[in-house]
Unconditional design. Structure first.
Length: 106
């Protein structure tokens, strides 16, 4: 019985190690293939490839510009809203101080 258990455990360890080694090899091969495809794509200088790269670069710059503009507008709007809220609080406090009820309660 003990010998059969040891065989099953050894089988499990062997299967695990085999799967791990296969996975590592697969990942290395996949990385090599991806890098080869990237290099191949970078070497293509056809008219269409140049147009696609240019369009993607332009789109990326436009998105970055829009993001920066949105951030600036948000900051500006946030500052204006905070100032308006502070002004409103000050006016409310000023009005509350003038109310007769406020004076009696104090």
């Amino acid at each position: 019985m003990e010998q059969n258990v040891n065989k099953v455990v050894s089988f499990g360890i062997g299967a695990y190690e085999s799967a791990r080694a296969s996975a590592e090899t697969l990942l290395k091969n996949l990385e090599t293939e991806i890098n080869a495809l990237i290099a191949q794509g970078e070497s293509v200088q056809s008219e269409n490839a140049v147009k696609v790269r240019s369009a993607v670069t332009d789109a990326s710059k436009q998105v970055s510009t829009l993001v920066e503009q949105a951030k600036a507008q948000y900051s500006d709007l946030s500052a204006k809203a905070q100032k308006a809220f502070a002004d409103l609080q000050a006016k409310a406090s000023e009005l509350a101080a003038k109310l007769p009820v406020g004076k009696q309660a104090a």
